[in-house]
Ligand binder design. Structure first.
Ligand SMILES: C[S@@+](CC[C@H](N)C(=O)[O-])C[C@H]1O[C@@H](n2cnc3c(N)ncnc32)[C@H](O)[C@@H]1O
Length: 270
């Protein structure tokens, strides 16, 4: 079983639950039509999934995630938003419990970067797509993140993030690799683009910097950095201070680059 770097501490879920179809799946929206059946793989707390379900209704939407606690949270949100055409269940992207050719659209946001075998995952996503169906995948690319002002502790944070994910066999810079992975998995008509999240006003800085200040101390990322002996508690505390100080700076700027790819399962398999 792959080891998920972030885990589901409240500081991580706070960050994931901010996501919407508009801010995280804009590249896919024009391809969606009412009536399409859609699978969201690695759906996390389900905010994007439910937005997508609104757009494809009355099509049926399924969100799956390997972690039952986050699926429970997604299901609570489904009930609160009274979204009738979506269900959530526990599942593994490497062994999807669906028949072949079941979905018109398969979507995964920020999943492939956490996997040791992203191409195998894409092949499994291909299997459950109808011929001619649409794939939408988007992942961040850590090495391409840009921020100011400079702070050596934030550079250390980036280095540590790469070290921890490498130990987990995952690719933190997945955004730039998506196009190649999708091609290798056998999809056709692949179109790559990129988009960013920017945090550069007081509210955005407080939210992003506050989330990372907690994540570097309290989430699975912190536990793994300690377990792998890549950092000690004092260093994690100092990284948290760096994030808090960055969040308080009036000139603080942070841009998160994502790669994204739209592709199709060929109408006739080669
Ligand atoms: C970074 S989160 C993204 C969540 C959601 N897509 C979003 O963007 O808000 C990645 C999610 O993938 C899930 N995940 C990791 N490995 C998985 C696997 N093998 N199969 C299914 N889900 C997996 C994690 O539990 C986590 O909820």
């Amino acid at each position: 079983m792959d080891r998920y770097t972030h885990g589901h501490h409240e500081s991580v879920l706070r960050s994931h639950a901010w996501r919407t179809a508009e801010n995280s799946a804009g590249y896919l929206l024009d391809s969606l039509q009412p009536g399409m059946d859609l699978l969201d793989v690695g759906c996390g707390p389900g905010t994007i999934t439910i937005d997508l379900a609104e757009r494809v209704a009355p099509g049926r939407v399924v969100g799956i995630d390997s972690q039952s606690e986050v699926i429970a949270r997604a299901d609570e949100l489904r009930q609160r938003r009274e979204q009738a055409n979506v269900t959530f269940s526990v599942g593994d992207v490497y062994a999807l419990r669906f028949d072949d050719a079941r979905f018109d659209v398969v979507h995964a946001h920020q999943l492939l970067q956490h996997l040791t075998r992203p191409i195998d995952a894409l092949k499994e996503m291909y299997r459950v797509m109808r011929p001619g169906g649409i794939l939408g995948v988007r992942d961040s690319d850590y090495a391409a993140f840009a921020w100011a002002p400079r702070d050596p502790r934030l550079e250390r944070w980036m280095h540590l993030y790469h070290e921890v994910t490498r130990r987990n066999g995952a690719e933190a810079d997945a955004g730039r690799h998506l196009l190649g992975w999708v091609q290798t998995a056998g999809f056709t008509d692949a179109m790559a683009s990129s988009s960013t999240w920017t945090f550069a006003d007081p509210e955005g800085r407080a939210w992003w910097g506050g989330s990372w200040a907690d994540r570097v101390r309290l989430s699975s990322f912190a536990d793994q950095a300690l377990e792998y002996e890549l950092a000690d508690r004092d260093e994690l505390d100092s990284l948290a201070d760096a994030w808090k100080q960055w969040a308080d700076k009036p000139d603080g700027f942070f841009a998160v680059l994502h790669g994204e790819v739209l592709a199709r399962r060929p109408a006739i398999d080669p």
